[in-house]
Design a protein around this ligand. Structure first.
Ligand SMILES: Cc1cc2nc3c(=O)[nH]c(=O)nc-3n(C[C@H](O)[C@H](O)[C@H](O)COP(=O)(O)O)c2cc1C
Length: 172
């Protein structure tokens, strides 16, 4: 299959954009914290590592998010890189706010950063900067502590691609 020539005056309607963006596979993180005694959070596939010095990561949050206005008030936020067995957990973390943490094993620091106990990597972060970006806001987070699973035979990452979950194929 070959691509026809790109023309610059195409209609960039949301459906067309979603399809094209969906060609790019990504991992998924849980962004979570305890705020006012309540666990809140969401799933985000827009996570990206940004900088080593200072240590920064980012994700983009939709401006219509009902959770972000509360989550951004947390002193510290927890990020967890989801594993390939977390497809259902991811849907739960994106679903009904009242049940996002039902049955999940989590750890919350004194400052409120909340991470899943069985993730592939965990980050303790604070809000560094927010950048307006169209209908989303790019959230830059500064890292204060990290932990990752490096053991041989450990789970692989959850992969989100074309609106479905998958896993990395084992290399030959
Ligand atoms: C695989 C997956 C990836 C998602 N990635 C993002 C994301 O990067 N940014 C975002 O704002 N919402 C993302 N969402 C949606 C949020 O998890 C959540 O459903 C949405 O923010 C609505 O909930 P809220 O109003 O409580 O924020 C994703 C959902 C799924 C299932």
């Amino acid at each position: 299959m070959s691509l026809t020539a790109l023309t610059t005056n195409q209609d960039l309607d949301p459906q067309r954009l979603r399809e094209a963006f969906g060609a790019f596979p990504s991992g998924v993180v849980a962004v979570a914290a305890e705020v006012d005694g309540r666990l809140i959070g969401l799933a985000a596939s827009s996570f990206t590592s940004v900088s080593l010095e200072p240590a920064l990561v980012s994700f983009s949050v939709a401006n219509g998010s009902k959770t972000w206005p509360d989550l951004r008030r947390a002193t510290r936020l927890g990020l967890t890189v989801l594993a390939d067995h977390h497809g259902g957990v991811c849907r739960q973390l994106a679903g009904d706010v009242e049940h996002r943490f039902d049955g999940l094993q989590v750890t919350t620091t004194e400052d409120g950063a909340t991470t899943l106990d069985d993730g592939l990597a965990r980050f303790d972060c604070s809000l560094y900067r927010e950048v307006e970006a169209g209908d989303h806001t790019i959230v830059l987070l500064e890292l204060h502590a990290v932990e990752s699973v490096v053991a041989a035979g450990a789970d692989g990452p959850l992969v989100f691609h074309r609106s479905t979950f998958g896993r990395l194929a084992a290399s030959a």
